[in-house]
Design a protein around this ligand. Structure first.
Ligand code: CP
Length: 317
């Protein structure tokens, strides 16, 4: 694998999960694989988990790591072609990318959706420019439409905790005060659609995701009905995807907050969220603090996810 921007690029998911299990049990078995190799992590947006887990993963593989926070310490970057650069951005991405490529062997990029122009976001303009102009393997640390390192960690976690062969997975929209991208829910749906698990997505009307991602998922607008018999509840907020409402917050209805009453409808489901999470908007304190909450082991699997993917990239260089 040269670039990693979608969970679907893993191909055989079961094999990839087995590779992750090996990495988890033997985190330092490949210390030589990344020797004298440098990972450059580029953040256009903030991060806690992705930053720490990817850096740790690279160090476990013996890599050197450099981190660049664009707009904080580096020159602000213009990303559009044709712009007269007389504003506050002194450097263009089209020069910056090849320069970055000269300083490293592998590049990780975090560049969220801008949520104003759906075509621009869904064409993944920024990460695709890194792939085109850096000359180096590029992987997504969350791009405009997908967060595959998160999804891989989610799938590893479900594999570890599932009690039946084909668990019922419910992804539920939950309220949030600000407009968030669709990358995590898109990517999670893409990942679950690679399994034979039962898959239900529940959200208020107007929050339909791109069917290219939701695929075979059953869409249920009644959240309580969706929760019945669930083995895993995956909560996430996202902004509207469809038409003229793209990127808008249509509802902050706290009737959609995941609480213990709704969790009681499930098959003693595990609660999952990619974090960061807004307590008592997305999920109540008692649910996230309950024994069924697996958000911390889910986050811990981000190291395993990143290390497995980096190992695959290094193996194919
Ligand atoms: N889940 C996740 O990607 O967390 P960060 O935004 O903190 O990296």
């Amino acid at each position: 694998m040269r670039h990693f921007t979608s969970i679907t690029q893993l191909g055989d998911l079961q094999k990839a999960i087995e590779a992750a299990e090996y990495v988890k049990k033997n985190p330092f078995a490949d210390q030589d694989k990344g020797k004298n190799m440098t990972l450059l992590m580029i953040f256009f947006n903030s991060s806690l988990r992705t930053r720490l887990s990817t850096q740790k993963a690279a160090m476990n593989l013996g890599m050197n790591v450099m981190v660049l926070d664009v707009n904080q310490g580096a020159w602000k970057l213009e990303t559009e072609r044709g712009v007269v650069m007389d504003g506050d951005k002194p450097e263009h991405l089209l020069e910056a990318i090849p320069v970055m490529g000269t300083c490293c062997d592998v590049i990780g990029v975090r560049a969220f959706a801008n949520l104003t122009d759906r075509d621009y976001d869904y064409n993944e303009m920024i990460i695709n420019q890194f792939i085109k102009y850096s000359g180096k393997p590029v992987f997504s640390m969350e791009a405009a439409t997908r967060h595959p390192l998160q999804t891989f960690a989610d799938l590893i976690t479900i594999e570890e905790y599932k009690k039946v062969e084909k668990p019922k997975i419910v992804m539920t929209w939950a309220p949030h005060p600000k407009a968030l991208p669709q990358a995590v829910p898109n990517s999670f749906a893409e990942g679950i659609n690679m399994t034979d698990y039962e898959f239900v997505i529940t959200h208020p009307h107007g929050y339909e995701l791109d069917p290219a991602f939701t695929g075979r998922a059953i869409i249920e607008y009644d959240q309580k009905k969706a929760f019945e018999g669930a083995d895993f509840i995956y909560a996430k907020n996202w902004s509207a995807w469809s038409g003229e409402n793209y990127g808008k917050v249509l509802s902050t209805d706290r009737d959609w907050t995941v609480d213990s009453g709704k969790m009681a409808l499930t098959n003693n489901a595990y609660f999952m969220h990619c974090l960061p999470v807004r307590r008592n908007m997305i999920v109540t304190d008692d649910v996230i603090e309950s024994p069924q909450s697996i958000v911390i082991p889910q986050a811990a699997n981000r190291v395993v996810s990143a290390q497995t993917i980096l190992k695959m990239i290094l193996s194919d260089m």
